[in-house]
Structure formats: C-alpha cells, structure tokens
Design a protein. Structure first.
Length: 401
C-alpha cells in the first residue's frame, strides 16, 4: 500500500488534553501493598449481589425486549420520581431524562447550553469531569471562591452576574462537593435559586452525594426552590454501582426533545440493558434501607479518617468533618512542597491522594497545598495506615528543611 504524505489533523482542542486523575490512579490499584485514598470510588461490597443476579435472570427470562432497541424505560423514571421524593423534591415523570451515567448528563446539558467561548461561573476547585465536558467549547471561566463551611461564594456569584460577561450557566455540587466536600446551607440554596431566576442563568446542580448524608439533616436540592432554572443531575453510581452507568436529569418538559435529539447522536437514546437491571433491582430491594446501610458503613469510615487525621497530621493542617459525600479536603502547612510530598507518598510509601491542584482552575501558590482524601473505598485498617504513612512523609520533609 502506498504511504500517504499527509498527517491526520486532530481538532485543535484535543491537542493538549491529558488523562484525568482517575485514569492515572487506576493503574496503581493492582499493587497489594498500595493504599489508595485518592479515587472517589464507592465500596461495592454492600451491593446485594444475590439481588443483582436474581434481577438479571428475571429480565432475561421475562423481558424479550431487553436486548432490543426500545424507548427509555418509563418504569425507571417512575421509580426515580419516588426516589427524589425521599430527596425532598416532588417532580413528574415527564421531567425525568435518563442518561448513561451522570457524566453523560453533564455533557448533554453542556451541549444544549454552550456556544463557542460562552462564559461559565464555577468554583475555583471543581470536578475535573465538568472541565472535560466543556473543553471543546473553549469557554471563558469566571471562578469564585469556596468557603470551608458555606460553599460557593454567593456574593462573588452575584457580582459576576451583574457584570457584562453574560454567563451561560453556573456549575456546582451542593452536597459533599467534589473535591472540597462542602455542603451548601439551606439559606444559600434559596439565594442561588433566586439569583438563577433573577438573572436568567441556569444552574447545573450535580448531585452524586446528596443521599449520603451522615448527620440526619439531608437538605433539599437547589432545584426544589426553582425547577425552571435549575437542572439537576442524578446518578446510581454511588448508590448501587458505577459500572451500571445509569443516571438521570431533571429538567423542564419542554427541554426533553432537545436532550433526546442530542443523546440520539451519541447512543441512539435507547433503553439500555443497564436501565432494566437498575429498575429490576429497585423492584427487588427497598432502596431507602440500602442507602441507610451505605450511610452507616461510610459514616464509620468518615469517623475513622477524621480520628486518624487528628492523631497523625500536624496541628496546623485545616480540615472539617463533612456532612455529605466521600471526601476530606485538607489544607496542609505552606512549607510543604506538594510535588515532593506527592512523589514521596506514591513511590516510597505506596499511598495515594489527589493533590488539590488537580481540581484547581487557577494555578497559583495559594491553591497548591490542598489534598483530597477519599474514605469510601479503603478499609478501616487501610484508612488509619494510609494517614499514618502520609504523616511519615510530612515528618521526612520537615527534617529536610
């Protein structure tokens, strides 16, 4: 075959893309001595595997359409309506849009809303999957600070909304934010919904952790205060299993057609086998009891990592006990060289975390000494040992000063 003299030209936006932190850390997961406090993976040991097997068998035996092209599953939408009622939101089936995981939901909303170089309001520390979704549009990002206790800085949000930058959307995680683990107070949720309506700028409310509340004070999502300007993203990844890849959006009925057309271009907008599995599992278990089991299980791990941080970390490290989610967000002393800390922990002590800079839009020295620690995946023993190992790295670096 004759050799071509031409080179394949990739889209400009793809030339400088890099793998996410998740993809990088997955390569370390097979080492038996390695402790990962990095990845935000759920502990799937509580997944009722016998129920999953029973559900799959029932689908195969009784549902001849389970392997065929079909419409998105109405029964699952009805089940999500009931699930959201537990979350504090009363919605209708025709407001539910099923997705292949929350990440696809975010991507579809972004495709529906953004033009090239649209303006977006986000927190400075942000979920990297959102950045991946918006990257092809080369957006202009207007970042706001995050308070350790109250979350996104509402005054900064309104200041940007009052400017002439004409933002297209606001993105945030209201409960157990990724990476900072902050849960936005009730009054601030009402204010955010009011700002969205006042300025006509929709909020994408990403909610992977809202059901995982450890303090018996689960707050209603922001969408409960305004269902026209708040677009809700839900997922079964943290409640059942990530590999099912089943999520949902809650959006006004008049937007369903636009989303259906966009989704058809990526996966034909069919009811996948996974949708049927999740729906059947929800028939065979009481999800509220399962979620309570998760909460009890993760609460013990949350308390274990908090105790280990109190015992081993320097007194000038800053962190708070999160009420939701699966992360601790820790500010380390400024004298620590984060690059050296990360390399030493990974290579010499075989323990992983994700540096805060991986989530930071603004790359400056003020953002370098944060780390995100996951507590959902490791065992109680691994949590204590992992924090102990990190404290040894800190002690080693301090000796070098």
């Amino acid at each position: 075959m004759e050799q071509s003299n031409h080179r394949l030209q990739l889209a400009n936006w793809t030339k400088n893309i890099n793998p996410s932190a998740m993809q990088t850390f997955l390569s370390f997961a097979d080492s038996p001595d390695f402790i990962s406090l990095g990845l935000g993976l759920p502990d799937c040991s509580l997944l009722p595997k016998t129920i999953v097997e029973k559900s799959i068998r029932e689908i195969i035996v009784s549902d001849q359409n389970s392997f065929q092209y079909t419409q998105p599953l109405s029964s699952l939408k009805q089940q999500i309506v009931g699930l959201m009622r537990e979350r504090g939101l009363f919605c209708k089936e025709n407001e539910i849009f099923l997705t292949t995981g929350a990440q696809q939901g975010i991507s579809l909303l972004v495709r529906m809303l953004l033009n090239h170089k649209s303006s977006i309001i986000t927190e400075n520390f942000i979920y990297p999957g959102f950045l991946q979704a918006i990257e092809p549009y080369a957006p202009i990002l207007h970042t706001v600070s995050t308070h350790f206790r109250n979350g996104i800085n509402i005054d900064d949000v309104e200041r940007i909304l009052q400017s002439d930058c004409n933002p297209t959307l606001i993105y945030l995680v209201a409960d157990g934010g990724n990476p900072h683990s902050v849960t936005i107070p009730l009054s601030h949720r009402e204010q955010l919904a009011s700002l969205a309506r006042k300025y006509g700028v929709p909020i994408i409310e990403d909610d992977p952790y809202g059901f995982l509340n450890y303090d018996n004070n689960m707050l209603p999502p922001i969408i409960s205060f305004d269902s026209e300007w708040i677009f809700y993203v839900g997922t079964f990844s943290k409640l059942l299993a990530p590999s099912f890849r089943v999520g949902w959006l809650i959006v006004p009925e008049n937007l369903q057609k636009h989303l259906s057309i966009l989704k058809e271009g990526s996966d034909i907008n069919i009811a996948s086998f996974s949708q049927r599995i999740v729906s059947k599992i929800l028939e065979n278990i009481k999800l509220t009891d399962h979620v309570q089991s998760l909460i009890n299980f993760y609460r013990a791990k949350r308390e274990a990592i908090h105790a280990a941080l109190n015992e081993y970390f320097p007194k000038d490290a800053v962190y708070y006990l999160p009420s939701n989610g699966i992360f601790f967000w820790v500010k380390l002393p400024d004298w620590i060289n984060m690059h050296e800390f990360f390399e030493c922990a990974l290579k010499d002590y075989q323990v992983a975390f994700i540096p805060g800079e991986a989530f930071s839009i603004i790359k400056n020295s003020a953002n370098k000494n944060y780390i995100r620690l996951n507590f959902s995946l490791p065992t109680l023993e691994q949590i204590k040992e992992g924090i102990c190992r990190l404290s040894k790295v800190i002690a080693y670096l301090k000796e070098k000063i």
